[in-house]
Design a protein around this ligand. Structure first.
Ligand code: SF4
Length: 211
């Protein structure tokens, strides 16, 4: 398939979700960094909720680095895998010291504990930095193979690599979140609402349904 074709085929999807606010309710890069670490294997809604009192007390990395793990842990006990995530957050605060030192490129972001390529791509996109990859979360891992863009893999990095080979760079920044929103709202794990999907005529799953 030519690059141009996918750009055109996926345009209705990008148009549908362009400008949609990220589901994590962050106010600055510091909050986004903390929230993406906490949200791994947890729900965005839970993280939005539990971080309200945390950010009231800890408004930047410096305030965390001046605290200790025992003091910050109680804020995160409702988060999946919270002991490890709390340790990562504390270690990052100690390492970076201030919010100004939060990296703005993929290599330096993924060097931080608890930040994988998905989280790094989210941070780069949300802070308007140079696009270096495609956001691949659990929804994209389901949606991309259904469309026929990739084989089925559980490893998001594999899916990302294949998407980066298939899709033109101009749409990398938008398409990951667009697939993610599609997966959250329409392309659900069971009974996807294909008739409501703006790219159904280009989707293998849909084509197979109608054969
Ligand atoms: S047509 Fe159906 S299976 Fe294909 S992407 Fe849209 S909702 Fe998902």
């Amino acid at each position: 398939m030519l690059f141009e074709n996918w750009k055109e085929n996926l345009e209705p999807l990008i148009d549908k979700y362009k400008g949609r606010k990220h589901p994590l309710h962050y106010n600055n890069t510091y909050q986004l960094l903390i929230m993406v670490i906490l949200s791994a294997q947890d729900s965005d809604a839970n993280i939005n909720n539990i971080t309200i009192p945390f950010f009231e007390k800890y408004s930047n990395l410096e305030s965390i680095s001046n605290s200790n793990i025992e003091e910050i842990t109680p804020y995160f006990t409702k988060v999946k895998n919270y002991p490890t995530k709390t340790t990562w957050i504390f270690e990052i605060a100690k390492l970076l010291k201030t919010d100004n030192n939060i990296p703005i490129n993929l290599i330096d972001l993924v060097a931080l504990k608890g930040i994988g390529r998905k989280s790094a791509n989210v941070i780069l996109r949300e802070t308007n930095q140079k696009t270096e990859g495609i956001i691949v979360d659990l929804h994209v891992i389901r949606v991309a193979p259904r469309i026929g863009l990739t084989p089925k893999y559980e490893d998001g990095n594999k899916i990302e690599k294949l998407l980066m080979q298939q899709l033109p760079y101009e749409i990398w920044n938008e398409i990951g979140m667009a697939f993610s929103f599609l997966g959250r709202e329409i392309c659900r794990p069971t009974n996807p609402k294909c008739n409501d999907c703006p790219i159904n005529i280009h989707c293998n799953y849909f084509k197979n349904l109608n054969q």
